[in-house]
Design a binder for this molecule. Structure first.
Ligand SMILES: [Zn+2]
Length: 83
């Protein structure tokens, strides 16, 4: 499943909800914040596998060894040498 799991967490009380879509999480966040005046945060736990893969290939996760030298994202370097 490639659906997003968004955790909505209140910083000021025990309010916590999990939503499968960003839109619903945003509504829940805004609703609680406006009802209580609390400071509500959210965490995106999962994104589409392709997005995670692209992030790993680009080495943007910041973890050593995460870069994928065989990534199709890096093919442009090879073709640039042909001139
Ligand atoms: Zn709250």
């Amino acid at each position: 499943m490639a659906e997003t799991n968004v955790e909505v967490t209140c910083l000021d009380c025990a309010f916590q909800e999990s939503h499968a879509a960003l839109g619903r999480a945003r509504v829940a966040l805004a609703a609680h914040a406006s009802e209580t005046g609390h400071d509500v945060d959210w965490t995106i736990n999962r994104v589409a596998p392709g997005v995670e893969r692209a992030g790993s290939d680009a080495g943007v996760c910041g973890i050593d060894g995460c870069e994928n030298q065989d990534s199709p994202l890096l093919d442009w370097r090879k073709t640039a040498d042909e001139s």
